[in-house]
Design a protein around this ligand. Structure first.
Ligand code: NI
Length: 254
């Protein structure tokens, strides 16, 4: 049984055929899916989907791209949403200095505000980090942001950084790029981090793994992420499926 710890089922590409997508996930053995918010509307939708489908859990938060939308009113709404049943974490939050779609100071403030929200509620955080590795780590350390657990989503950093993050209470989530030929760094992380801190995800509709790269992504494809890791670690895929599902249940407190 597999857990896809990071899916955006609210995105147009998936929403229209959601029933088919969930059926294919079930047929592939994907029994648990975290639906991740990235702004106010998608956080509302994540909560609705979690209420409707037993296999879906919700994560609510504002992505660094949309950090400029995080005003007092939205923060208050996130606080309410986060207390609904089946809302298991705050995310995705973090810093994205690659696309810089919100000014960096605005991203920094939104990241810290939502870390505080998670701490008030005693929930883990789901972190997006693109080209901001050192500052994300520094922020996590300063704010003790892993005190209720945390997930580094679609991890793209080096192994030593992953180890530093694990010391702060974080789990490392590996997505489709691990299956790409040139992903040397991510393959090394997936092969060597302690299995008790490993998670798998699709980040669908993005980042479709091989051999389906180029097609739209969906939760059923998390199986290919698990298979790639199983090959790298020379372990049966069932063991990777079991351990990553157990880890997800632990950090998300299912
Ligand atoms: Ni995402």
């Amino acid at each position: 049984m597999y857990t896809d710890t990071h899916a955006h089922l609210q995105k147009e590409a998936l929403k229209d055929s959601l029933e088919n997508i969930l059926n294919r996930a079930q047929a592939a053995g994907v029994t648990t899916i975290m639906c991740i918010g990235y702004d106010r509307a998608s956080s509302e939708e994540a909560v609705q989907l979690a209420q409707k489908y037993p296999q879906i859990y919700a994560v609510v938060g504002v992505h660094p791209h949309d950090a400029k939308e995080l005003d007092e009113d939205t923060l208050e709404r996130l606080y309410q949403l986060a207390r609904e049943p089946k809302v298991v974490a705050i995310g995705e939050i973090g810093l994205d200095f690659y696309r810089d779609l919100s000014p960096r100071d605005v991203q920094r403030q939104a990241f810290r505000q939502q870390i505080k929200l998670a701490q008030e509620l005693g929930k883990p955080i789901v972190v997006h980090d693109r080209d901001a590795h050192q500052e994300v780590l520094d922020t996590i350390r300063q704010e003790k942001a892993g005190s209720n657990g945390g997930i580094m989503h679609c991890y793209s950093g080096h192994l030593p950084l992953a180890i530093d993050l694990m010391k702060e209470g974080f789990y490392i989530s590996i997505a489709g790029p691990v299956s790409y030929k040139n992903a040397r760094k991510t393959k090394e992380v997936a092969a060597r981090i302690p299995l008790e801190r490993l998670l798998i995800e699709t980040d669908c509709p993005y980042l479709t793994p091989e051999p389906l790269r180029g097609k739209p992504n969906e939760p059923a494809n998390v199986v290919y992420v698990a298979q790639t890791i199983a090959q790298l670690r020379r372990k049966p895929v069932e063991e990777i499926a079991y351990l990553t599902s157990r880890n997800a249940a632990e950090v998300y407190r299912l």
